[in-house]
Design a protein around this ligand. Sequence first.
Ligand code: ADP
Ligand code: ZN
Length: 593
Amino acid sequence: MTPHEVLSRVFGHAEFRGPQEAIITDVIAGRDCLAIMPTGAGKSLCYQVPALIRPGTALVISPLIALMEDQVSALTAQGVRAATLNSQSADGSQVWRDFADGQLDLLYVSPERALTDGFSQLVQRTEIALIAIDEAHCVSQWGHDFRPEYRRLRPFCDALPGVPRIALTATADRDTRIDIAHQLGIADDRIVLSGFDRPNIRYEVVGRDNIKRQLLAFLANHAGQAGIIYAPTRAATEKICDWLVEAGIRARPYHAGLEPGVRSRHQADFVASEDMVMVATIAFGMGINKPDVRFVAHAGLPKSIEAYYQETGRAGRDGDPAVAHLIWGGEDVARLRAFIAAGDGNEAHKANEARRMNALIAFLDAAGCRRRELLRYFGETAQSACGNCDNCLSPPDLIDATEAARKLLSAVYRTGQRFGVQHLLEVLAGKSSEKVVKFGHDRSSVFGIGKDWPADQWKNLARQLEAIDALERDPEHGGLVLGPAARPILKGDVPIALKQLAPRRPTRSTDSAAELAPGDRPLFEALRGLRRQLAADAGVPPYIVFSDATLRAMAARRPQTVAEMARIPGVGAVKLDSFGPAFLAAIRESAAA
Ligand code: ADP
Ligand code: ZN
């Protein structure tokens, strides 16, 4: 079969995406490759298609057991002979025999297992189609997840001359890329990059005023969808999860403080669900293979733009619309600064972390297209505004806040640099609260000079001044103090533009049925119900049966025959056999009703 025939017959897709075809052609021809592709770009097919075309078994080295098992069940559902050998696999001896007999198209194996003597010897006697090294950034000390055993993969590959090796990762960083290629013995000119853009993800950033209310309002717009909320601490994770459960939302917590058994149960529940919300620390997400995550919300700041890109990248891997929503406040900046200052490492390292954090804050404060900012950070230039981020969809009005900034900084100074935003707002608004009177601030020259602005606009300004170092927090009592950038602002040398808080227009929905004609919705829901039932019977997550996009195409085109069904994207030969009749019957039934 040709690569195209494998793509359509086995995987049910019509076209290759991005660099897939070029990579696949090279690997089939026996050339090595390091593929750098963002999450959701379709890395797996880059080795799965050659695995089915080259003679022998493809070895896939992967550090993540859950991911391997997921891939094996997805491949098995498509009629591909795949199995996994890892520390947790049950019937290892059967897999071992099948592999030795050449009965497997793909064998997923953990690095520890691959590097045992027994396995290395077996591999020498078996025909190997290719070696795929997934999560290849693990080989680099500069990557975010270094695994020493990955360093021994190069001799392992070198012992199999003539077998092409293909390494895959989503890591963005240029130095890390080159290091990976060197560590795995892949030539520099065999690095293939695809763009970093994730066009189906809509980026949204908002200031925090009441996190509980804001999260619940956000979730109300995403009812019935699966998503992740990242929280900065374990305690915050538990608290937010409690709020959601109280509000009747199916939610689970996930953090390193939970028992491993509980963690993996929550993870499995989430992967199998269509509508669950996972509230997690960043301990969650690496290697989670759930293509239908519809949103990733941040209830606090990620560490850097790379971290933000990585975490938000877990949304919308199936290519359907998804949202990355971030809620932040000035306190987050203070916490992150303190965290960096207290961390170990030399001054150069800390300066580097601080630089990365400032880049993140500039991104969050940007008034222009967010996608363009993100891509620019990764060294790509986007021609035009994307039309799918908050700033594009409802451009913020910029107002001249130079005078207001001077008022706020003066209020901080006049009240002795020891009070929090709340108190300062009362002084500016001219409220004679008990505390204001007690400190005599009702008699100060700044009392009531800020009546013309609403409180949340002042808060917004305070956050922005904190982001540019004009305000800082006293590490002991948390009061606002003037920072190094305050002086030129007070002197009127630096203009300050503030994003006006306009009520955001509601943006395009990410409801997976939104693109359907109203008349097709009932059928779509019926097909989803059928999918849920078939998935439960087979003990697999629903997306293993068919993706939402496939169900949408069925609901819109209503295939009547097996031949028509075979032309629906995502319906390969084996799925056509195993699930086609049930879905055809459901479509006919709906026509009769
Ligand atoms: P990655 O490992 O790069 O994050 P995956 O290999 O998991 O991405 O693929 C992401 C999703 O894209 C999967 O649901 C997969 O079926 C789908 N996909 C990959 N290649 C294609 C293609 N050529 N056409 C349509 N869908 C594709
Ligand atoms: Zn944009």
